[in-house]
Design a protein around this ligand. Structure first.
Ligand SMILES: Cc1cc2nc3c(=O)[nH]c(=O)nc-3n(C[C@H](O)[C@H](O)[C@H](O)COP(=O)(O)OP(=O)(O)OC[C@H]3O[C@@H](n4cnc5c(N)ncnc54)[C@H](O)[C@@H]3O)c2cc1C
Length: 353
């Protein structure tokens, strides 16, 4: 970690920011306790928002990263996890660590397909030149399939190609048209995600053992309706996309692991939601994050004004960069933003960030 320059002091306030108002030349940041702080520069590093509520389970669902989620009414009655991604795997592990011994059902329209990390000694050498010249999704897909075919011919797994693509993914995303991006999100993001986001071998093997023992039951399907019974349990009607028929489950809880919500107009984060309604923040065109200036990650408001002294990073940049969640990317962004801000702030004057 870089050393903090001597003219910088850091103070932490444990409060939720709920609004920002311009009070030229400063900004007032309003806190939940009715107090406010004044700043010259603001970095919005708000992280992942909670998943969008499930349509049929508003009163029954729990959020994956709240401690309440793992405190179950009893340790044996089955639970249902909506979602079949990495957060689901984390939640299954957490439930078992808490002593839950019942069956864990999971459900998503694409089903369970998580893969383990590949062997650390394997790698794929990507011919970067041909990838770098792809400017449309069609060209990019064609090239990726070509590289995957070459990897397979060398007995290498597909995911090594996606790993090797990582330095080029953001550039490719930014070349795509709006229609290409929509197409990718609709038809390819799921397959890309399976190859890109993988599990540690030990967790993958544990899920496989649970599956063989009938304790982990992943379903490819859609929740259609839920109804609470008199004992506090939940009857779930769901559609099985493989057998193409309607099924029922009875569970004590539904845990929402459908992935972080990205649309700020619907955000569970009061700051993002308020700033979206006042227009100081605007969602990017795909509603994956914030509308920003690509050069320095400063935000652009609903009227198209660029606020150069409010910058953001992390998942708020997903619309701009696509890859903007994992710690390695975030580390690079943090450094870029910190260096830029320190250059802007004349350290002889007193500036508050
Ligand atoms: C379940 C899960 C597993 C993951 N596993 C991995 C992994 O294995 N490897 C990997 O590289 N990445 C992983 N990630 C992704 C990575 O951990 C996150 O993207 C990263 O931690 C985000 O860092 P951040 O600082 O941007 O946000 P966060 O770590 O979420 O921090 C945001 C902070 O902002 C605060 N905040 C938000 N809104 C306000 C507000 N209005 N007022 C005041 N404070 C506010 C929050 O309280 C929090 O302290 C995982 C993410 C999740 C959810």
């Amino acid at each position: 970690m870089a050393t903090k320059p001597s003219f910088v002091t850091i103070s932490m306030i444990e409060e939720t920011a709920v609004d920002i108002q311009e009070a030229t030349p400063h900004y007032n940041i309003h806190l939940q306790n009715n107090r406010h702080v004044t700043a010259d520069y603001i970095i919005l590093a708000t992280g992942n928002s909670q998943p969008r509520p499930l349509p049929f389970t508003a009163t029954h669902s729990s959020l994956p990263w709240s401690t309440y989620t793992l405190s179950l009414d009893n340790t044996t009655t089955p639970v249902l996890i909506a979602g079949n991604g990495l957060t689901m795997a984390d939640t299954v592990t957490g439930l078992r660590e808490q002593g839950f011994t019942g069956v864990i059902h999971t459900i998503s329209p694409n089903g369970y397909a998580l893969k383990p990390h590949s062997q650390p000694d394997l790698s794929y050498f990507l011919s970067a030149e041909s990838i770098a010249t792809c400017s449309t999704l069609r060209q990019w897909k064609k090239e990726v399939y070509k590289q995957i075919t070459q990897a397979r011919a060398a007995s290498l797994p597909d995911e090594l190609v996606i790993d090797a693509l990582r330095p080029y993914t953001t550039n490719a995303w930014q070349q795509f048209s709006y229609a290409d991006k929509q197409d990718f999100l609709r038809h390819s993001a799921h397959f890309w995600s399976i190859l890109r986001h993988r599990l540690p071998h030990s967790i993958h093997a544990a899920l496989e053992r649970e599956f063989q023992a009938g304790m982990f039951a992943p379903h490819k399907g859609v929740i259609q309706q839920t109804e609470k019974d008199s004992n506090g349990g939940i009857h779930v009607n769901w559609y099985n996309c493989i057998s193409r028929n309607h099924r029922q489950l009875h569970v004590q809880k539904i845990i929402n692991c459908t992935g972080p919500g990205t649309d700020i107009t619907q955000s569970s984060n009061p700051l993002l939601k308020n700033l979206s309604s006042t227009g100081l923040l605007k969602a990017d065109e795909l509603k994956l994050g914030l509308w920003v200036n690509a050069a320095d990650y400063s935000v652009i408001d609903a009227n198209g004004n660029n606020h150069r002294r409010i910058v953001t990073l992390g998942t708020n940049l997903k619309g701009l960069l696509w890859e903007s969640t994992a710690v390695p990317e975030l580390r690079v962004q943090c450094k870029q933003v910190a260096v830029r801000l320190l250059q802007q702030v004349n350290h002889k004057e007193k500036a508050c960030i």
